[in-house]
Design a protein around this ligand. Sequence first.
Ligand SMILES: NC(=O)c1ccc[n+]([C@@H]2O[C@H](COP(=O)([O-])OP(=O)(O)OC[C@H]3O[C@@H](n4cnc5c(N)ncnc54)[C@H](OP(=O)(O)O)[C@@H]3O)[C@@H](O)[C@H]2O)c1
Ligand SMILES: [Zn+2]
Length: 340
Amino acid sequence: MRAVVLREHGGVDVLQEEEIETPHAGPGEVRVRVHACALNRLDLWVRAGLPGLRLAYPHRLGSDVAGVVDEVGPGAPDSLAGSRVLVNPGLSCGRCRECLRGDDNLCASYRILGEHVSGGYAEWVTIPVQNVLPYPEGLGWEQAAAVPLVFLTAWQMLVRRARVRPGDWVVVHAAGSGVGSAAIQIAKLFGATVVATASSPAKLEQARALGADHVSSYDQLVDVVRRLTGKRGVDVVVEHTGKATWESSLRVLRWGGTLVTCGATSGHEAQTDLRHVFYRQLSILGSTMGSKADLHDLLPHVASGRLRPVVDRTYPLSEARQAHLRLESREQFGKVVLLP
Ligand SMILES: NC(=O)c1ccc[n+]([C@@H]2O[C@H](COP(=O)([O-])OP(=O)(O)OC[C@H]3O[C@@H](n4cnc5c(N)ncnc54)[C@H](OP(=O)(O)O)[C@@H]3O)[C@@H](O)[C@H]2O)c1
Ligand SMILES: [Zn+2]
C-alpha cells in the first residue's frame, strides 16, 4: 500500500512516501480503508521526537481516521464488514481496573494511534474492534476525520474535569487550533459564555462565527476579561498554549476558578505565582484525551450538527509535508486533513 512513513525524527523532510506491506486484521481487530486522516499537533511532536518514545519503523503518523471496514479479524463481528466508521485513537488493555471502570485513558498501557503505534497516513490501518465508532451520518470524510481526538480532548477538559455549567464564563485559547475550535463549541453547548483568543483579527472573526461571544488577542486578554467581567474574572480557562499564555490564564480566573490544561504548544516551563493559586483558591487540572465512552456520548451532538468539525484544508496523502508546514506555520483555522 502507499503510505507516508517516518524512519527517523526531524523536520518535514523525514516524511517519506513509500510502498509498504498492506496490514491484515489480527485477532479482535478490523482493517479500515482510510478515506481521510486528520492531523493533530501531536503529529508534529512525534515527527520531531518525544522523550521516551520508541517507534517501530517504518512508522505511520495519524490519529484521526474515517473510512470503511474491509477486513474483519478472528473474533471481531462480521457485521462490521463494509461499514463506514470513525476510529477512536485511544488504545488500552480493556482488562484493568481503570479500563473496566470507564477510565481507559488512565490505563497503564494507554497508547495513541499514530503516536505509539502506526496510524492513518496510509491506505489502510488496523485497529481493535473496541475502537470502532459509528459514522456520523451526513458528514463528509474529511469532516468526520476532524472529530475524534480534539473533540474528545476538549470534552474531557470541559465536561469531566472543569465541570462547565450554564452561566459560566470560559476562556478558550487558540480558537483556530483543533482543541480550541472544539472547546468553543462544547462550552457553548453547555450554556457558557466564551471568550476566545487567537493571533490575528481574521482568526478572531472566525472564532465569533464558531460561537465565541467575545474575542481577544493573547496580549490583551487580561484587560478584555477585566472589562467584560468587572473584577470577577472567568470560571474556567481552557489552556493548551502553555508558557506564552500561562500567567495571564491564571490572572483572568475568578476566585475559586479552574484552569484545565492539556498541552504546552509554546513551551512547557511556565511560571506559576503560587500566591495566586492559594490565595485565590484556584484549581489547576491536567487532562489527556478522554474515555472511549465519552466519544460515544459526544458523537450524537456531531451527527445532529450541534457540534461541527472545522476543516481548514485538505491535501492528498502525498502532500503530507505541505500539510505539516501549514500547521507548523500557524496559518490554519481548524483541522488539516489528508486524503489517501
Ligand atoms: N493531552 C492531550 O490529550 C492533548 C490532546 C490534543 C492536543 N493536545 C495539545 O494541545 C495543543 C493544541 O493541539 P492542536 O492539535 O489543537 O493544535 P493546532 O491545531 O496545531 O493549533 C495550535 C495553535 O496554537 C497556537 N499557538 C499559541 N502560541 C503558539 C506558539 N508559541 N507557537 C505555535 N502555536 C501557538 C496557534 O494559534 P493561532 O492560530 O492563534 O496562531 C496555533 O494555531 C498542543 O500542544 C497539543 O499537543 C493535547
Ligand atoms: Zn487497561
